[in-house]
Design a protein around this ligand. Sequence first.
Ligand code: SF4
Length: 512
Amino acid sequence: MTLVSEKSQVHKFHKEKLKDMSNHLLSKTSFLKSVQCSKAFFLYKNHYELKDPLPKEKQAVFSRGQRVGILAQSLFPGGIDVSPTHVSKFNDSVKKTKELIEQGQKVIYEAAFVHDGVLIALDILVYEGGKWYAYEVKSSLKISAAYVMDAALQYYVLSNCLPHLEDFYLVTMNDKYILRDTLDVQALFKIKSVKADAEKNVEFIKYHVQLAKSIIDKDVLPKVEIGEKCFSPYQCDFYGTCWKHMPTNNIFEFSGISKKQAQVWYEKGFKTVYYIPEEELSGNTKLMVQAYKNHIEIIDRLALQQFFSKVKYPLAFFDAEMYAPAVPQYKGTSPFEAMPFLFSWHRLDNDNAKLEHEYFFQEENSYAGKHLLDKLIEHATKVNSILVFDTAQELKALSAVVKHLPEYKKQIDALKNKFIDFSDVFTHLWYYHPKTKGSMSLKKIYESVFDKNIFDELPIKSGLLASYKYDDYLKETDLFNKQELKINLVEYCKTDTQAMYDLFVYIKVAML
Ligand code: SF4
């Protein structure tokens, strides 16, 4: 009863929001939804309350995007920001933009326009030499197809609202930029015209705008089959609604099968893993599907013996967390340059020894490099093997630091020789648990083997979120909150190496 009433209130709010925005039917977000799926668009417009909760990682990405957008405004200083005070007040922004243009304002931030029922808000609009130039900012190093589509919609509206629109640019982070003594905003960003791409897409945009409007006019939930599109270009916000009745053994949820392949099989009628004919399967996918169907673990004893023969005591389980700020924070670094700020180290001296835990955490807002490497080298001299889950990631982390501290190269090369990639055990199917459904993630493997998700109990559940939370930690001024963030970050990283240890012990026993 409570749930229904809460939902209807949210629904009412959304309806009122739409009513208030009655002179436009589509926003950039709703338009992009309509391109992905007509049902997603209908649900977004009419049943917003069914939208999946926004994951913390996505919220953090949005916040970062907003901060980068504000920083990019200083590329064109002196502008007036016409952002609405509330999402339902976009009409005021449209009106204000119009007034500012008429008054001769040269730079407008978040300039809002409506054409053909589509509302857009542009990051930066600049008037120069009798012409208008549009800039949309992306907190990213590359221009993706989704960004181009997004720009094409904005260009379609703008070119119909501004008689002298000369060009449309995407502003992205410059991967060649290196921070020196002070931040050089002009050099931090890269500006590329996408006008030609936008013009090529005008007919596509017009077609989809009309299609979206016809969905609104019909006011009937479109019948759409689930499939590959639910994951592309992003996982749909209504995934939870559409997929809730799907059996857990549906082929799209089997990570060992690509979404593209799953679509082909789904269309052939093989909706669950059980129905895929043997002759359609090969290689590791075949082994994983067979293991799933028969509920059996794969244990390749010979391969595991060879793997464990390389592991020499004393040994350690090692994992590092990375921080990759869009705007470089430390001298000599570039946008999104990943640097480790935390590592967890579980040491085991022999089969019967007590597991010892150590960690390194960079408390100061300064480059962790030297302190981190000194600590790591100190620990590494006491062990013969270092088990990591996916060596490539940890090697990348260390190489990133050595790039700034070349004097450590020799010691780090020696340390790398002790690395043993524990993920090989799973990716080569020397050990495979059927409940993982082809996933090679440490978290999923742990959950499948031990039938519990130890990460679920943690405030920080993913490496990506840990990276954003470290950013929060650096900015936090309240000492209590800062300490809490540190504890949560260390706990997350510690759980990773603890999970490796638990799996290591389990597999050693399972192979006997
Ligand atoms: S989950 Fe798939 S079918 Fe459902 S609305 Fe989203 S894209 Fe469409």
